[in-house]
Unconditional design. Structure first.
Length: 303
């Protein structure tokens, strides 16, 4: 991820289909809330700060200088390799790559895919998810959701609160009449990377324990001791629809994709099933979360 926290990038995809924007904190000065314009602004600003011409930049990185001109005008986003090279050249520690991800996520093609996914999610009879980095949106508390959305660049204010309410509104899917069956497999790292506000983090952990007792929810934890596995860097959600069809929404940190091809979905589900076999049982998982909660409430003394 070129120095970019996976969980921040992942949640940015969920934020941007509603208009959010990440606020970088390293070497970046633009303030546009339009991701494509923001990306172009940062490229121009960084080059101006360095005092390079477009031709200087082209010679230094080995690409046609006109490409960088088009990127700075917002006419093209360039490729991932080009953006990685720019990140290294400017020393921005992956920030440009994050902004590029967000600009890609804001394209009409991405938004159309995500809107279709949201429509299908509302119809699903069952939802299965593997989350490698953050608590799934359907299980987030208010303060946790607010913290994640802040990582997406939303500053405290009305817009942030609107996004928090929108996210919490999705929780009704799990409590409505004929609610879907929901299974979430959480990587242990999700439980170890808490909020800096300990009270809010305790609330989130306690919420996970409570929700896991609901009749239609199953939560499992894949411990770090399970080692490497084939879904380690893939956040995936599987929807089973009323007609029996299954689709998947897959994120790998570079992009999000709605997978509807039956063969590909089947392969992904097989990987998910193998992961479920390696995870703690639902009962063991609840006990695991309870232990983490107790540890945060009463940390062991420092020797």
């Amino acid at each position: 991820m070129a120095g970019t926290p996976f969980n921040a990038v992942r949640e940015c995809f969920h934020t941007f289909h509603k208009g959010g924007c990440m606020e970088p904190n390293h070497g970046v000065t633009g303030r546009s809330q339009e991701p494509r314009i923001r990306f172009a602004e940062e490229l121009r600003s960084l080059r101006d700060q360095r005092g390079d011409s477009l031709r200087d930049l082209g010679r230094a990185l080995g690409w046609d200088w006109s490409l960088f001109g088009k990127m700075e005008k917002g006419a093209t986003l360039g490729s991932e390799d080009v953006v990685k090279a720019l990140d290294q050249y400017y020393g921005t520690s992956g920030v440009l790559l994050t902004l590029w991800d967000l600009a890609v996520a804001d394209t009409p093609q991405f938004k159309a895919r995500y809107r279709r996914y949201m429509k299908l999610e509302a119809q699903a009879t069952s939802i299965q998810q593997y989350s490698p980095c953050v608590v799934p949106g359907l299980l987030q508390t208010r303060e946790y959701a607010r913290g994640v959305l802040k990582l997406g660049g939303l500053e405290p204010g009305r817009r942030l609160e609107q996004q928090v309410e929108a996210r919490l509104g999705r929780h009704k899917q799990l409590t409505r009449d004929e609610a879907p069956q929901f299974r979430a497999i959480l990587d242990e790292s999700v439980l170890r990377r808490g909020l800096t506000d300990l009270a809010a983090w305790h609330e989130q952990l306690a919420h996970l324990v409570e929700v896991a007792t609901w009749w239609n929810v199953r939560m499992q934890v894949i411990p770090l001791a399970a080692g490497l596995h084939e879904m380690l860097t893939t956040d995936a959600t599987f929807l089973r629809l009323p007609d029996g069809m299954a689709v998947a929404w897959v994120e790998t940190g570079r992009s999000g994709e709605l997978v509807e091809d039956a063969e590909r979905v089947g392969q992904l589900l097989q990987s998910y099933d193998r992961l479920r076999d390696r995870a703690l049982s639902p009962h063991e998982s609840v006990e695991f979360v309870q232990r983490v909660l107790e540890e945060t409430l009463c940390p062991p003394p420092v020797s």
